[in-house]
Design a protein around this ligand. Structure first.
Ligand SMILES: Nc1nc2c(ncn2[C@@H]2O[C@H](COP(=O)(O)OP(=O)(O)OP(=O)(O)O)[C@@H](O)[C@H]2O)c(=O)[nH]1
Ligand SMILES: [Mg+2]
Length: 338
């Protein structure tokens, strides 16, 4: 691009921004972010929002709830719904996770279908696509597909490929997904995030602002803290155990509450009462750690975020409990919020 072209290009962008700010319609709605486990859904949502609301980790099945992150710009408000990775369920929990995805897709204005650049298109992706087609696609005469809601294919983790490989990958995914639009991104390198944001906004229907400018999540303080605690243990424990964990915030007791007057919270701090459930007795000591080292470290690393969420100095009271085989027990799952 010559120097002259560059000037023209940047002027054009400035002109466009002005037009949008002056009179273009406001856009808003729900975006379901779907894809196989571990493709980078939660990481991308956190990157788009610029703050951590969803937990992300290298383990599949990290996300268990449809966490909603709210992205507000001068012209649009997108509610990004983080979903558990869609997979073939092996436990009742797995089935419930898929149900969460069904629910998120039942009332949605736009779909972001994530496919990772560092893996081949697989059976999982084909299953997800055929489900999206079944629910949102109409066959065109030419054999192609017309989407009833915009379906944006997002190719994640592009930092893992060289330029040449990336081009073939994009062509391959473009042919596979037949989406409304295709956009590559690396959430890790913050590469092309603005484009992702813009493509999602451009395809969103017109609608009013739904949440205040500064609201970034739709979760209750209890649910947000429970997710943070689970995320901290995912970091802290490096084996398969975290999959057996469920975390519930039973209550948040403020210093001026009746319980506090009875002496429960006499230290002036809010007490956040947390239950951590494991599946077997033998897992309890592993969670707690030698001389409670895991509990101590988790409490320490969550002090600041928990204070911020509760709105004052707080203390995490964590108790490790056993809920035998909860992942396959309907009653227990219900109790644990699934
Ligand atoms: N190289 C690279 N790795 C990434 C990128 N985005 C996410 N990851 C990694 O991919 C792994 C999975 O990320 P998550 O965001 O938890 O994936 P997810 O799709 O939400 O996973 P589930 O909730 O289990 O379905 C983590 O180890 C991330 O660090 C990226 O842009 N580049
Ligand atoms: Mg996730």
């Amino acid at each position: 691009m010559s120097e002259h072209d560059e000037t023209t290009a940047s002027n054009a962008t400035a002109g466009e921004d002005e037009a949008t700010a002056q009179g273009e319609a406001y856009r808003s709605g729900f975006v379901a972010v779907v894809g196989r486990p571990n493709v980078g859904k939660s990481t991308l949502i956190n990157a788009l929002l610029g703050t951590q609301i969803a937990i992300a980790s290298s383990r599949p099945e990290t996300t268990r709830k449809a966490i909603r992150g709210i992205l507000t710009t001068p012209n649009a408000q997108l509610v990004l719904v983080d979903t558990p990775g869609i997979h073939r369920p092996r436990t009742l929990l797995g089935q419930r996770l898929n149900d969460v995805v069904d629910e998120s897709l039942s009332d949605v204005d736009e779909i972001a279908f994530l496919l990772p650049a560092d893996q081949e298109i697989g059976a999982g992706d084909r299953r997800i696509l055929s489900r999206l087609r079944g629910q949102f696609g109409v066959e065109r005469d030419d054999g192609g597909i017309k989407w009833k809601v915009p379906m944006i294919a997002i190719v994640t983790k592009i930092d893992t490929l060289g330029p040449q490989q990336l081009v073939s990958k994009l062509i391959e995914i473009d042919e596979f997904a037949d989406s409304t639009a295709l956009v590559p991104v690396s959430a890790l390198d913050r590469d092309n995030l603005d484009e992702v944001r813009q493509v999602l906004i451009d395809h969103m229907a017109e609608g009013p602002q739904m949440y205040p400018d500064d609201q970034i999540s739709e979760e209750s303080p209890e649910d947000t803290i429970a997710e943070l605690v689970r995320g901290a243990f995912l970091e802290e424990l490096d084996d398969e155990l975290p999959h057996s964990l469920a975390v519930v915030v039973d209550s948040i007791e403020y210093p001026d509450s009746p319980e506090a007057r009875l002496g429960v919270a006499a230290d002036g701090k809010a007490h956040v009462i947390v239950s951590i459930y494991v599946e077997r007795d033998s897992q309890k000591p592993i969670i707690i750690g030698h001389r409670a080292e895991h509990l101590v470290r988790v409490r320490k690393c969550l002090r600041t975020p928990v204070n911020r969420i509760v709105g004052q100095k707080s203390r995490l009271d964590m108790q490790v409990k056993v809920a035998k085989g909860w992942q396959s027990d309907p009653k227990q799952l219900e109790k644990l919020g699934f």
